[in-house]
Design a protein around this ligand. Structure first.
Ligand SMILES: Nc1ncnc2c1ncn2[C@@H]1O[C@H](COP(=O)(O)OP(=O)(O)OP(=O)(O)O)[C@@H](O)[C@H]1O
Ligand SMILES: [Mg+2]
Length: 245
C-alpha cells in the first residue's frame, strides 16, 4: 500500500517577476510504514512539499494521494477532516495555542476528532510522558523552552494515531538528548506501520530514515534507500548532499 503519492506536483508562489516554483514536477511514492527524510538548502521547497502532502496548501498542478485517496480535489471540509484524522503535522514554527497548557494543546485535536474528554486526557498524558514532559503538562507554551514546545508539538501530532506523520524540522531546536527522544518516538511509529515524512537539516536524523530525498529548487535531485545502512551513511552524508563548503 502506498501511503503518500504525488504525480506531476507543482506549486508556484507569487506573481510575475517574483514568481517561484517552490515545488517543481515532483513524483513521489512513499510506501506505508516507510520513513522518508527530506533534506535540502533553505528555500528549496521542503515545507511547501509537506504542506501539499498534508492538504494544507493546494497544488498549482498535479495530484496528491494520501492513504489511497486523492486529496487535492477534496472540499475544504473534507480536507479538514483528513488533517484531523489521517495526518499528524509537526510544524517548523510549532503553532501551539498560547492560551492552552501543554496537555490541553495535545488534547485539542483528539477532542476535535470526537474523542471523549477523558480519552483525550488519557492519551495526552501518555504522549507527554513519552516525550518526557509529564511534569510540564500544565505549563503554558510561554513557560516552556523551545525544545519543550517542540516536543509538545510532536505529542499533539500523534494524538489521533495518524496514518501519516509529516514533520518539519522536528528536532531543529533540540539538544542531542531530546533529539534522541524524538527519534525513538518516530521509531515506534514505524513499528506500528505509520508513515513518516520528516524534513530535517540534521544528518543524524536523516540517517535514521529508510530513505533520503534531497531537494534543490523545488526538484528532487537525490533519492537514496538506506535500509540498514544508517550508521554507514552518517559519515558520507555531508558530502553526498553538498552541505559541506
Ligand atoms: N506564501 C508564500 N508566498 C510566496 N513565496 C513563498 C511562500 N511560501 C514559500 N515561498 C517561497 O517558496 C520557496 C520554498 O519555500 P519553503 O518554505 O518550501 O522552503 P524550505 O525548503 O522549507 O526552506 P527552509 O529550510 O528555510 O524552511 C522559497 O523560495 C520561498 O520564498
Ligand atoms: Mg521550511
Amino acid at each position: 500500500m502506498i501511503a503518500v503519492q504525488t504525480r506531476g506536483l507543482v506549486k508556484t508562489h507569487g506573481q510575475g517577476q517574483s514568481r517561484v516554483r517552490a515545488v517543481d514536477e515532483v513524483d513521489l511514492e512513499v510506501p506505508e510504514g516507510q520513513s522518508l527524510a527530506v533534506m535540502g538548502p533553505s528555500g528549496c521547497g521542503k515545507s511547501t512539499l509537506l504542506h501539499l502532502l498534508g492538504g494544507l496548501e493546494r497544488p498549482t498542478e498535479g495530484e496528491v494521494w494520501v492513504d489511497g485517496r486523492r486529496i487535492d480535489t477534496l472540499s475544504e471540509r473534507a480536507l479538514a477532516r483528513l488533517r484531523r484524522r489521517s495526518v499528524g503535522f509537526v510544524f517548523q514554527a510549532f503553532h501551539l495555542v498560547e492560551e492552552l497548557s501543554a496537555a490541553e494543546n495535545v488534547e485539542l485535536p483528539a477532542l476535535l476528532a470526537g474523542r471523549s474528554p477523558r480519552q483525550a486526557r488519557r492519551r495526552a498524558a501518555g504522549l507527554l510522558e513519552r516525550v518526557g514532559l509529564a511534569e510540564r503538562a500544565r505549563h503554558l507554551p510561554s513557560e516552556l523552552s523551545g525544545g519543550q514546545r517542540q516536543r509538545v508539538a510532536v505529542a499533539r501530532a500523534l494524538v489521533n494515531d495518524p496514518r501519516v506523520v509529516l514533520a518539519d524540522e522536528p528536532t531543529g531546536n533540540l539538544d542531542s538528548a531530546a533529539t534522541n527522544d524524538i527519534l525513538r518516538i518516530f521509531e515506534d511509529l514505524r513499528g506500528s506501520g505509520q508513515t513518516l515524512v520528516i524534513v530535517t537539516h540534521d544528518e543524524r536524523v536523516a540517517a535514521t530514515a529508510d530513505r533520503l530525498i534531497t531537494m534543490r529548487d523545488g526538484m528532487f535531485v537525490g533519492d537514496t534507500v538506506m535500509t540498514g545502512t544508517g550508521g554507514r551513511w552518517l559519515g558520507g552524508l555531508g558530502g553526498l548532499i553538498g552541505l559541506e563548503g
